[in-house]
Ligand binder design. Structure first.
Ligand code: COA
Length: 269
């Protein structure tokens, strides 16, 4: 774990979508370690409560406010509740995402739409709802993108389309909200160990080992690698950075390496 200036987010409120598990949970924990009060948003209240309890047990401040990111009104209620409990929001991490490997011709229109709705519309909804309860001076929004935003990948047409949209949304919000004091940046995590998404796309074993062997840094990421990048983007060290989409991927996108998901990982075999 990288050590930053101690508790640099003291007195600030962070809202993290998808914070009930995976990379986003680790991001939430790292923001809390740095003093932020962390509002966790996700579909399942019990998962959020478990993460919040862990943060509180470690001496931090956190609570879960369940909402499906596809539901703008629910997000608005969660943002309002977070504002009321912890104060105006000044850090937002848009991490909620959905994925499954499927060829385009094995996917219904509704399947494609469900990922666009979670990833792209969900990111807009999260930013838009949080904006209503934001203290814009010095605020930072970080969207979680994916290599699929910049690299076509077989069985990922829905995610490629959604994440490319997320990147352009990130850049556009940076233009529109920069004058208000809100920085908006994105992170492209490469393959991250111990995550549901990685287990689906590159199951542990030969597929993952082959992927790691191709990466310039010769290993997949840890959740801390990604959380550290988010902490950096929210910190004063990044105070002149906005509209940037930063790969944190061990060189995956620079090397144009695509994940070769085995056909056996799909529902249709
Ligand atoms: N292959 C093809 N189609 C699939 C699929 C697969 N593996 N998994 C889901 N779908 C389709 C469903 O059949 C449905 O389409 P239909 O109505 O035409 O049958 C559509 O996707 C929506 O599925 P649903 O089960 O209603 O899920 P949802 O709307 O709650 O969407 C998903 C969530 C689809 C992203 C689901 O995969 C999910 O909940 N994943 C867990 C979170 C996750 O993906 N984490 C990884 C983050 S990178």
């Amino acid at each position: 774990m990288t050590t930053f200036a101690n508790r640099m987010f003291e007195g600030r409120t962070a809202l993290v979508s998808g914070g009930g598990s995976g990379i986003n949970q680790r991001i939430a924990e790292r923001l809390a370690e740095q003093g932020a009060s962390v509002a966790l948003v996700g579909r399942t209240q019990s998962k959020l409560d478990a993460v919040a309890s862990g943060i509180i047990a470690a001496g931090g401040k956190s609570a879960g406010f369940a909402a499906d990111v596809r539901d703008y009104d629910a997000l608005l209620r969660s943002s309002a509740a977070a504002h009321e409990q912890f104060g105006a929001i000044s850090i937002v991490v848009c991490g909620a995402a959905g994925n499954f490997p499927a060829l385009a011709n094995a996917m219904s229109a509704n399947a494609f739409k469900s990922v666009i709705d979670i990833d792209l519309l969900g990111t807009f909804n999260t930013c838009r709802a949080a904006y209503e309860h934001m203290d814009p001076a010095g605020a930072s929004i970080v969207t979680i993108s994916a290599p699929q935003a910049v690299q076509a990948m077989v069985m990922q047409s829905h995610v490629c389309a959604a994440k490319a949209g997320v990147d352009m949304l990130t850049r556009t919000l940076a233009l529109e909200w920069g004058p208000l004091g809100i920085r908006v940046n994105g992170v492209i995590p490469g393959p991250v160990a111990d995550t549901e998404g990685m287990d689906r796309l590159a199951p542990a074993g030969p597929v993952r080992d082959a992927l790691a062997a191709q990466l310039p840094l010769r290993r997949v990421a840890t959740k801390d690698d990604i959380a550290d990048m988010v902490v950096f983007l929210c910190s004063d060290a990044a105070k002149y950075v906005t509209g940037a989409i930063i790969p944190c991927d061990g060189g995956m996108t620079t090397a144009s390496i695509a994940i070769q998901t085995p056909r056996s990982a799909t529902r249709h075999g």
